[in-house]
Design a protein around this ligand. Structure first.
Ligand code: NAP
Length: 308
């Protein structure tokens, strides 16, 4: 039996439909739009393109994006000054949500700079206060990508068809239950602070038994084959083969690798689809949901909340 492919594009549309409605409601109630500030200081073309895609995403859901663009040679002090400016009261020219886009210029300490972002406006969960809150089980903003991973796990467990998700997108009503993972073994491959570690914290908060694997894990396949929920965030095309997957597992492929000009995940998708129960495609899986969650966080921040 083939795996159900989890349609990240449909889920993203559904989330954004709801976000757009709530952003419009905010603007009507407060007399101003929801605002996102993006600080970018790199000459890297792919990063600049990604920022433009965030700006486009904002326009589509009634969020005003304000991008502050510095050269790739900017100093840490210059970046901090801009973060403080964006962090002013929204009535005083500040914004509701702030993203410090990586990479930052050489010699600039990304983690230290993130401490200057107010945790209540830290919509991509980069401030260490929010990282700590996540592990403590306290309310806060988690990074958008692991939040997208969890939403896709919820989609799998709810077993909703793309048609059902699309209908919810039209109504702006999709509200997936946050399922308990008690009794299930979750394996996260990758331990980066932005993806692997927060994904593990979120799975643990749902009562899964969690294993984190990484580059020093011997016999990776023996570990991943135990997973009822397998999250792969490594950055190596096709690392996870079919024989490393437990039959029927929920497999979330976070990896994005450009191979011969096309985008591929960390999972050997075609072979894995014959074994897994649910699988995210690349492209069209985690990526579009990440963007939708980022926008959701911005609108939540405008309402003074961590969730919508
Ligand atoms: P990262 O910071 O480079 O971390 C990669 C992790 O993979 C590390 O923890 C590393 O282990 C582990 N690893 C490397 N080789 C391994 C191997 N052979 N076996 C097991 N583990 C191995 O990357 P990241 O930022 O977490 O991103 C991971 C992937 O997700 C990348 O492809 C990235 O482009 C993609 N991504 C996608 C989205 C999205 O929205 N779709 C967002 C963010 C990232 P060590 O810690 O031991 O070095």
């Amino acid at each position: 039996m083939g795996a159900v492919m989890l349609d990240g594009n449909a889920l993203s549309r559904a989330i954004r439909a709801r976000v757009g409605k709530l952003a419009a409601q905010f603007a009507q109630e407060s007399g101003r739009p929801v605002r996102l500030g993006i600080l970018v200081a790199t000459d890297d073309g792919a990063t600049r393109r990604y920022v433009r895609s965030i700006e486009k995403g904002c326009r589509e859901v009634n969020i005003e994006a304000r991008t502050v663009s510095l050269p790739g040679t900017a100093s840490e002090d210059e970046l901090r000054r801009e973060l403080v400016r964006l962090g002013a009261d929204p009535a005083d020219g500040g914004v509701d949500g702030i993203i410090l886009q990586s990479p930052v210029p050489p010699g600039v300490d990304f983690a230290r700079l993130c401490e200057s972002i107010d945790p209540g406006r830290d919509v991509d969960g980069t401030n260490p206060t929010n990282a700590g809150r996540l592990w403590e089980g306290q309310p806060g903003f988690a990074p958008a990508t692991p939040s997208a991973v969890m939403r896709l796990v919820d989609l799998a467990l709810a077993a909703l068809t793309t048609e059902a998700v699309d209908k919810a997108a039209q109504d702006g009503t999709l509200d997936l239950p946050r399922a308990s993972l008690a009794g299930r073994h979750a394996v996260v491959v990758g331990r980066s602070p932005r993806v692997g570690k927060p994904a593990a914290a979120m799975l643990l908060a749902r009562h899964a038994t969690v294993t984190i694997a990484h580059s020093r894990t011997p016999d990776l396949g023996a570990v991943t084959a135990q997973a009822d929920v397998l999250v792969v965030a490594v950055g190596r095309a096709g690392l996870v083969k079919a024989e490393m997957i437990k039959p029927g597992a929920v497999v979330i492929d976070v990896g994005t690798n450009v191979v011969d000009g096309s985008l591929r995940g960390d999972v050997d998708t075609e072979a894995a689809a014959a074994v897994a129960g649910f699988l995210t495609p690349v492209p069209g899986g985690v990526g579009p949901v990440t963007m939708a969650i980022l926008l959701e966080h911005v609108v939540a921040a405008a309402f003074g909340r961590f969730t919508l």
